[in-house]
Design a protein around this ligand. Structure first.
Ligand code: SD4
Length: 320
């Protein structure tokens, strides 16, 4: 007869990968520290900057801030900060957030004319009683905090926007123009984990649109005891599944970082069975023991990993 005990055994085993020798024993996934991992191979210089902090015994939060700032200031990266593509009305509006090893967080959304939204987000975390500031209020706070206003619409972005206006076709190209938002996770020598995510969002978005990147639990999530995850890709789908939080919860349930990311992209495809080829979302995850992984819906996603073995671009497995 199928007893209640059997039921408990099978239902828990269904949830958690176990090695079964009489007792349930979740597998431990370990790596090395310090380590930093970022979305997309475009993050090589960003990782180098983060590593310059981590390799000297520095703080993970300083590392991720310093790292992603490299891409925020890079006019050639058309999905982050300076040079980021504007919305359909020609405004560059930025989203960013940070989260630290205590689970504290700060976020800015729809921030204009600030080169480093990640640093403003960190100040929201440290210098205000709030977690999120948006739009005009975020800008006012940034100016009061000493940040300088700058025009972020480059000539190249303006040209691309004018070209887009000829057809006004909102059809983001997977893995190309809309997808090299930077999400970065770092674990320092002392075992402190932090993350940052920063983007100009989807090119040609509606004015006022905010994606997943600055939303804690969607674009980024850190659990001090488990690890962290960041997302990249079509933000609307990440938001609908609270993606990064889901990844971290799957690691808590005993899955490896890669398995956890796979489960989160599967969740998106379950919701969109008829549009498997039309959506790109990818996650990377890092646990507090230094193990990391990633997974995407479509081919073409990679991450940059830097640890004591050096720096490498790691192509990630994909679903479709
Ligand atoms: C957004 N998730 O605003 C961001 C865009 C992105 O790689 O990550 N692109 O939806």
């Amino acid at each position: 007869m199928y007893s209640r005990k059997d039921f408990l055994k099978t239902s828990i085993a269904g949830l958690v990968p176990v090695s079964f020798s009489g007792i349930l024993k979740p597998k431990k996934f370990t790596g090395t520290k310090p380590v930093v991992i970022s979305t997309w191979k475009t993050a090589k210089n960003a990782n180098k900057a983060a590593w310059s902090v981590l390799s000297k015994g520095g703080y993970a939060l300083d590392a991720v801030e310093k790292g992603v700032k490299v891409e925020e200031a890079n006019p050639k990266n058309s999905t982050v900060g300076y040079g980021g593509r504007p919305d359909r009305d020609g405004n560059v509006t930025l989203d960013a957030c940070v989260m630290d090893e205590k689970g504290d967080c700060g976020s800015v959304m729809y921030l204009e004319n600030m080169m480093h939204p990640v640093s403003v987000a960190r100040k929201v975390m440290t210098d205000t009683p709030h977690s999120i500031l948006v739009g005009a209020g975020a800008k006012k706070f940034a100016l009061e905090s000493g940040f300088k206003e700058e025009d972020l619409l480059t000539e190249e972005s303006k040209k691309a926007w004018k070209k887009w206006l000829e057809k006004e076709d909102y059809n983001p190209e997977i893995n190309v123009e809309n997808h090299d938002t930077i999400g970065m996770l770092a674990l320092d020598e002392k075992g402190r984990i932090s993350g940052a995510c920063t983007t100009s969002g989807a090119a040609w978005k509606m004015n006022g649109r905010v994606g997943d990147s600055p939303i804690i639990g969607s674009g980024l999530f850190i659990d001090p005891k488990i690890g962290g995850a960041v997302a990249t890709g079509l933000g609307e789908e990440v938001i609908k599944t609270a993606g990064s939080h889901l990844v971290v919860e799957m690691m808590r349930a005993g899955h490896s970082p890669e398995e956890a990311c796979k489960i989160a992209v599967e969740r998106i495809i379950e919701r969109n069975p008829d549009n498997k080829k039309g959506i790109q979302v990818a996650y990377i995850a890092l646990n507090v023991d230094g193990a990391f992984g990633g997974y995407s819906i479509q081919d073409g996603f990679d991450a940059v990993v830097t640890n004591t073995d050096g720096q490498r671009v790691q192509p990630m497995n994909f679903l479709v």
